[in-house]
Design a protein around this ligand. Structure first.
Ligand code: SAJ
Length: 423
């Protein structure tokens, strides 16, 4: 494709997107405000973990299709893929989107297309981006085209999903949507649906909110099942055989920069109307405390006062190195509030990013009174429990990722979140 592109934000979404367009022959210039991130990309070193990214980055840089710097440059297409987090009071922080938009204005030319990939509250294109883009002096919709094309990829399978997932593209007018479609058709194999920008914004936030509400439902069922002496994992497995049922799974909380964040956009916009969404957030945010209290209860039942807990898994989910909004951090905080000592280990987080963290598995478990599995990393599933010798052989699995029989045979007292029939 004979087009040039500037991608603003080289994080978990921006970098894989930039690399993919570059691999398909688009001349891409990547921009990030963080000079260290830019430098590492220039040197083909990864600052994020994602299967397949390294090879694709090497190809893009070696073939000269991807360059990076801290400032934008002129291009045919601008893609904005910057964080859209929430503030401490759970309101949307759109400053990165605003600043990224401002940063490209001096480089905009007649006929350019600006695409927002970040997940944002509905009306952000209209209320935050357009007021900045008009400062280019270009007529919006006839000289400058604008669209929202939200990413929908799941960390750990980004490249597979970037290519195969469907896309929803919302333009500020038909031409903007069609130009964006033509661009993504370069590599997207899934269906591409065109709509207006606000609908696309809502669709993306709705998808993540659906998952959050569904997980809250599963977490509520898990607590109920513990009262009923039922294994919730088994119950959900059976319920999901129904062709119209898809209940998600419980856990120690919901983390990441998407599902734990985006529903708040709707709470902020909807106020009293967003009661269920708000309640789901509250239930999921309550799971770290529930997990910590369950841990303490197990220690108490074993007459262990105080006690040292080895937390396995700091990442917000299995097989990623991302600790953003990770429930593990909250669980550790709650354990410490309860007076328990904590040591943590995560094979995917290679530098110590938490005060309790060690890189040495033996050091983490050897004098632990209990193992607490918070992330379903493949490494944990593959552990041979016979070779693990903590002070007390007690384990609480919050993700149903360990083989219960194997751990019991190895002498462990086995506990599972959402199942009171332990041991
Ligand atoms: N989780 C549960 N139970 C479940 C599923 C997930 O407790 O049944 C937890 C995970 O452990 C994790 C959190 O939820 O802490 C979120 O994980 P996730 O795998 O559900 O989602 P993300 O945040 O990695 O990616 C989501 C995806 N959205 C949907 O599936 C609707 C992805 O497609 C989006 O692109 C991404 O958000 C995003 O960037 O918005």
């Amino acid at each position: 494709m004979n087009k040039t592109m500037c991608v603003i934000g080289l994080g978990y979404i921006g970098l894989p997107t930039a690399v993919t367009f570059a691999n398909y022959g688009v001349k891409v210039h990547g921009v990030d405000v963080n000079p260290a991130a830019v430098r590492s990309i220039q040197e083909k070193k990864l600052h994020i973990e994602e299967p397949g990214l390294q090879e694709r980055l090497n190809k893009a840089v070696d073939e000269g299709y991807l360059t990076a710097s801290t400032t934008p440059q002129e291009a045919d297409v601008f893609i904005v893929a910057v964080p859209s987090p929430i503030n401490a009071d759970k309101t949307a922080n759109l400053e990165y989107v605003r600043e990224a938009t401002k940063s490209i204005v001096p480089y905009l030319r007649k006929g350019n297309l600006v695409i927002l990939e970040s997940t944002v509250p509905p009306k952000t294109v209209e209320r935050v981006m357009i007021p900045e883009l008009v400062k280019s002096g270009l007529d919006i919709g006839t000289e400058l085209y604008v669209a929202h094309s939200p990413e929908r990829v799941i960390p750990g399978r980004i490249f597979e999903e970037l290519i195969n997932n469907g896309r929803i593209i919302g333009g500020i007018n038909k031409k903007s949507a069609e130009m964006t479609k033509e661009l993504y058709e370069l590599f997207v194999k899934g269906p591409i649906h065109l709509t207006d920008a606000t609908t696309a914004e809502l669709v993306k936030v709705m998808e993540n909110t659906y998952r959050d509400v569904n997980i809250a439902f599963a977490n509520e069922l898990a607590k109920l099942a513990e009262e009923l002496d039922v294994n919730i994992w088994e119950a959900i497995h059976y319920a999901n055989f129904h062709p119209r049922v898809n209940i998600h799974f419980p856990g120690p909380g919901v983390g990441g920069h998407c599902i734990a964040v985006d529903p708040w956009f709707l709470v902020e916009l909807g106020g009293e109307k967003a009661q269920m969404i708000h309640l789901a957030r509250t239930i999921n945010d309550g799971m770290p405390l529930f997990t910590a209290q369950k841990t303490q209860k197990i220690l108490n039942e074993n007459n262990i006062a105080g006690g040292k807990v080895a937390v396995l898994g700091l990442a917000f989910k299995g097989n990623v190195d991302d600790m953003r909004e990770s429930p593990s951090l909250e669980v550790i905080h709650e354990l410490q509030q309860l007076g328990l000592e904590v040591v943590s280990f995560d094979p995917h987080i290679k530098e110590n990013k938490h005060p309790t963290q060690t890189q040495n598995f033996e050091e983490a478990v050897n004098d632990a009174d209990m193992l607490l599995v918070l992330t379903d990393h493949k490494e944990f599933k593959e552990y041979n429990p016979l070779s693990i010798t903590p002070k007390n052989k007690i384990v609480l699995d919050t993700k149903n990722c360990l083989d219960r029989e194997k751990w019991k045979e190895a002498g462990f007292q086995f506990h599972l979140l959402g199942d009171a029939k332990n041991k």
